[in-house]
Write a protein that binds this ligand. Sequence first.
Ligand SMILES: [Zn+2]
Length: 303
Amino acid sequence: MKTACRLAAFLFVFFVSFSVFAQDYICTTSKKRFYQPGACKNDCQVTREGNGLTRGVTMADKPCSFQPICVGITKHLTAPASGDMYILAYGAVALQKRSAYVQQPEKSILNLVLQRYYHYRIQQFNVRIGEVSGRDQWASLMPSKVGLPTLTVSPDLYLVTPAFLVSVIGHEMVHDQQYKRKNPVDPQGFVSVIDAMRELEASKFQQAIDTFDRGFRMETSVCLEENEAKEIRQVTACREWQVKKAIDDIRLKQHILNNLEKWMMADPWAKQVYIPEHPDWKTAHAGSAPDRTCSPSAPATQQ
Ligand SMILES: [Zn+2]
């Protein structure tokens, strides 16, 4: 029994270390391996050596190649065999050969992520690839009263691991679900709590620790790079504190606290996840922030 347990523990560690960090990108000229396509692209020297075929395609135009170890990504890339299926994996590598490979690789990658992981289609959004303004750093979703919501994606998101890209897009899809919820309670006096709670929900989803049934899940087996995983953990910890702080700030205004409770009971995530996880939410003190980058009003590194 003891041996079985030890073996199970070993296999778990082995699996986690293999699945969470995977150097899926290889420079075809130096044979060095990288976690992120952008890092490979920066480091990998283009060469004109090789036969006619490799000189034209592999070496000169696509020096970084995707040789995946990450199961959570590859399982979404296998079937059906279509050029687009492989684009997500290549990330920035796909962008190297923009015109000949795919006309708009950023949008093809985004469409693939939306469809395969979240059951959305790119046509449901007004998509912009460019600088992100507002509260979210890597991507943002702005609802519209008259047209489609605008989904803005930073070009930098294509330089990081596909896993991080998938998690950021998932964060925005959680916001899309939140925008569609109706709540009859007037939020006057506690908008700050709602804002913080929305971000906490999206960040917990991104960290794959959200238990809410939303029709899609963040896969725990996707392979983030170590710093990416750390960033998501830090942001989630900051969001936890920001919600507590926002509630702490209104805690002594009894009528506002009563309205907040009504709002929370009418919000499915607050009712099913936040309240059961924080039974003392009305009386808990926030204490100090978890780290120096986390403040009550300003976002930490990502929203
Ligand atoms: Zn957000």
